[in-house]
Design a binder for this molecule. Structure first.
Ligand code: DGL
Length: 294
């Protein structure tokens, strides 16, 4: 694979743009192919096997378009698909996981909230992550963010409905002494302004976008796949944006985040196993669920 080939990045929807932005900031000379699988979002309410199937299908699609490495810019797809993706092809595959380790280091009270999808929170990878990083006396309050991804996919990051959901999820954490909140879904960094407006600086917010970009940089260096940079070149790599749904929401968010964002193209990416049960996608904004302590 030539080192000037693009890097594939995907998410269930537009959340992975928060990771793409961090990659762009650190590695401006890399070309990027981004896929939002918005037709099937939210992944967080779907069966584990279905999430794995979509991850494999999108990984192969990006590989066929010449990607030299893959960033799974989705905690949910990483939880259920990264192992299969690594087994499927020999290329650097970088996943994202909730920032449990930095949160454990940042918290003074020892009580840490984790907001992530239901599918991430029920995964074996997440249980293992918690087991590895929970120090003596620390408590993680894990809360599925039901309803948030649907709002963000619709371009809504600050309505009253969004703030009401945030209050339902975050107030019980504060009541139990949380001083740190892990944003365990790549859609959630788009809610940072709303969280800060509503809760001030009561919580240290943990987002792993920049750490993922650094991990990608290390993996490219190890594999000798870094894009060549002409010494006096100010040109960035190219960006192409694809979605499996209507282009409007991704276009709006991309225009907000990326200078000179390209036109989003709608594509069809067939599932590899079309018989895998898809599960229902929840379109309602669900009520507050009990907080599960780790
Ligand atoms: N952005 C995703 C994540 O990081 C998935 C959200 C979803 O589709 O439920 O988990």
């Amino acid at each position: 694979m030539p080192s000037n080939a693009p890097i594939g990045v995907f998410d269930s929807g537009l959340g992975g743009l928060s990771v793409l932005q961090a990659v762009r900031a650190l590695l401006p000379h890399e070309s990027l192919l981004y896929v939002a699988d918005s037709h099937f979002a939210p992944y967080g309410e779907r069966p584990d096997a279905f999430i794995e199937q979509r991850s494999l299908a999108i990984g192969r699609w990006l590989r066929e378009r010449g990607a030299k490495a893959l960033v799974v810019a989705c905690n949910t797809a990483t939880a259920h698909g990264v192992a299969a993706l690594r087994a499927d092809a020999d290329w650097p595959v970088v996943g994202v996981e909730p920032g449990i380790k930095p949160a454990a280091a940042a918290s003074a009270s020892g009580v840490i909230g984790v907001l992530a999808t239901a599918a991430t929170l029920r995964s074996a990878r997440f249980a293992d992550l918690l087991a590895r990083h929970t120090a003596q006396g620390q408590r993680f309050l894990c809360q599925p963010g039901h309803g948030l991804v649907e709002r963000i996919e619709a371009g809504d990051v600050d309505s009253t409905a969004v703030v009401t959901l945030l209050e339902q999820f975050i107030e019980p954490m504060l009541a139990q002494g949380a001083d740190t909140l892990v944003l365990g879904c790549t859609h959630y960094p788009f809610l940072i302004p709303a969280i800060e407006r509503r809760f001030g600086n009561a919580l240290t917010l943990i987002d792993t976008g920049a750490a993922i970009a650094r991990q990608l940089q290390r993996r490219l260096a190890t594999a000798a796949l870094q894009a060549p940079v002409a010494p006096d070149s100010a040109d960035g790599g190219s960006i192409a944006l694809f979605t499996t749904a209507d282009a409007h929401a991704l276009q709006t968010m991309a225009d907000r985040l990326l200078p000179n964002a390209p036109r989003v193209q709608t594509v069809e990416i067939d599932s590899i196993d079309k018989t895998a049960p898809q599960g229902a996608s929840r379109l309602d904004s669900a009520p507050n669920l009990p907080i599960i302590s780790a």
